[in-house]
Design a protein around this ligand. Sequence first.
Ligand code: CTP
Ligand code: MG
Length: 236
Amino acid sequence: MRSKKVGAVVLAGGKGERMHSTVQKQYLILNGKPLIVHSLEAFEHSPVHEVVLVTGAGEEEHVRREILQPYALHKVVAVTEGGRERYHSVYAGLKALQGCDYVLIHDGARPLVTEEIICRAIRGAIEYDACVVGMPVKDTIKVADDSAYAVSTPDRSHLWQIQTPQAFSYSLVRRAYDQIMSDESLQTGITDDAMVVESQTGYKVKLLEGSYENLKVTTPEDLVVAEILLGKRKQK
Ligand code: CTP
Ligand code: MG
């Protein structure tokens, strides 16, 4: 792990529309700190060498002053402006990372990521070149038609809900992203990085265990759960 350079792209360039709050969700205070700080601190305390933080347009100064300096997040080497869709933001982050052999891509909106999960993702990237963390789904999943009638029920034992970090050999994921960014017809329905790598390179992506606690704060009730889980950790 030591001789290879590992970078991370932490995404905080979204608008948080489903949260319906006046302050963007990444800056909401969660257990006394902005949500994004919890995510960045996990990387700060991990073996990752460098972090690029992707934010919304015009937020760089605010983020340096209110987030990076006060919380001493020294591993953040660049703050870069994201784009309209998540994959635009990922691409901006990948281009801002310099000289990394491996890269972890993480949703800043997952503040419960741990050093242990990050280490597992790093080891996975080294072993498999492409891996994502996730968990087996607990609910039955149905495929629906356009009128919300159930069409089929995939075998649950083969279904995982996918989280981040998603971790790759840098050259592999960069090539995949270069390809989709050069052709708009390849840009429909992209919801994670693994699918970009799968579709553009044919590489098989390994699924590794994340944690049911590693939730993405998306809607207001997620904030309640995240606060409880973070509070529980503090007591330990
Ligand atoms: N993200 C980003 N750039 C975008 C869209 C999303 O950097 N153009 C980031 C978000 O900040 C978040 C992660 O990608 O950390 C996952 O996205 P999501 O949970 O969908 O966040 P938002 O897009 O901000 O929320 P919403 O979809 O409700 O607007
Ligand atoms: Mg979104």
